[in-house]
Ligand binder design. Structure first.
Ligand code: IPM
Ligand code: MG
Length: 369
């Protein structure tokens, strides 16, 4: 009997289900080549779960995730659920609780601009020539997203006051720092830590701590940028970054910027990891960094690459299937090299061809080693 890996599949809303279909085809093809099997446990999440079960993150979904080696996540949210109270909406009702529940503090977002895709980048060609490869390491369970107190109140004079709180413990900064430095050791050996230490108390501790952590990695160089400057440098000199490490909200913003400069949000995968399980593997949640793209949902034209590359990260980090993960990444590179483009990355350049979601998925399966 071949080894079977339980994977919770949470396709969610918008383009989630259609790009998930392609990722699952890729995983099935990988399984048959590797002589293993994946047992996909499909569960409701987000708006789809609100419609079918009354809430964005049903207990059955959490239980299925707990019983799995990893979560393959699509995307959640959309205009249909925006009238709900904020805490019941798909993002706050499902995605953030999942991150918190499983302690997924380390969010890895590889921003890769393939040399063949530099024309899809909105940045001037000479600035992205040859492409680039930046790994954004975003802290995912702290900061303004989760800090307490959070409140909204009407003051005696009738004005309205809202509070979000930015909280970090030194230990939380240390552990994300180690993730960034360890990743840098396997890549370009350079970490850029992004903060706002000229204003925020949080950032002063962030910077001190990164400097301390860096001492344990003498082979890795460390630079610091204020977040406003980092936003500029990403556009002006994306090739000067290797690993970028930052707190939750800054990472949310900069990773979208990075994805856009790389050519399209539809290309950006992500891995959200907790503590290592001891065998070098991680329980994790793997999802495209882009959203549900309601404008093109259901049309079969979305780019499935971010979802497929997220499946590759799942194999690497949660199942230890490095060879198969690298195989998927190579197949994606090859298909891009062959000129296939979904609408988001199609520029009409010579030797390229516009394809739909299913055609892109099939082409990647065909290129698997
Ligand atoms: C992301 C998303 C989420 C975030 C939203 C949907 C809550 O933008 O994963 O980057 O802000 O973390
Ligand atoms: Mg975001």
């Amino acid at each position: 009997m071949s080894r079977s890996y339980p994977i919770a599949v949470l396709a969610g809303d918008g383009i989630g289900p259609e790009v998930m279909t392609e990722a699952l085809k890729v995983l099935e093809a990988v399984a048959s080549r590797a002589g293993v099997s994946f047992s996909f446990n499909h569960q409701l999440v987000g708006g789809a779960a609100i419609d079918a079960a009354g809430k964005a993150l049903p207990e059955a979904t959490i239980a299925a995730c707990e019983a799995s080696d990893a979560i393959l996540f699509g995307s959640v949210g959309g205009p249909k659920w925006e009238h709900l109270p904020p805490n019941e909406q798909p993002e706050r009702g499902a995605l953030l609780p999942l991150r918190k529940h499983f302690g997924l503090f380390a969010n890895l977002r590889p921003g890769i601009c393939y040399p063949a895709l530099t024309a899809s980048s909105p940045v001037r060609a000479d600035l992205v020539e040859g492409g680039f490869d930046v790994l954004c390491v975003r802290e995912l369970t702290g900061g303004l997203y989760f800090g307490q107190p959070k409140s909204r109140e009407t003051l005696p004079d009738g004005d309205i006051q809202v509070i979000d709180t930015m909280v970090y413990k030194k230990s939380e900064i240390e552990r994300i720092g180690h993730v960034a430095f360890k990743a840098a050791q396997t890549r370009g050996k350079h970490v850029t830590s992004v903060d706002k230490a000229n204003v925020l108390t949080n950032s002063v501790l962030w910077r001190e701590t990164m400097i301390e952590v860096a001492k344990q990695y003498p082979d890795v160089t460390l630079a610091h940028l204020y977040v406003d400057n980092a936003a500029m440098q990403l556009i002006k000199a994306p090739r000067s970054f290797d690993v970028l490490v930052t707190e939750n909200l800054f990472g949310d913003i900069l990773s979208d910027e990075m994805a856009m400069i790389a050519g399209s949000l539809g290309m950006l995968a992500s891995a959200s990891l907790g503590r290592p399980k001891g065998d070098g593997l991680y329980f994790g949640m793997f999802e495209p960094s882009g959203g549900t793209a309601p404008d093109i949902a259901g049309k079969g034209i979305a780019n499935p690459i971010a979802q497929i590359l997220s499946a590759a990260l799942l194999l690497r980090f949660s199942l230890g299937m490095e060879k198969e993960a690298a195989g998927i990444e190579a197949a994606v590179r090859q298909v891009i090299g062959n000129g296939l483009r979904t609408g988001d990355i199609f520029t009409g350049a010579p030797d390229t061809r516009l394809v739909n979601t299913a055609e892109m998925g099939a082409a990647i399966v065909a290129e698997l080693p």
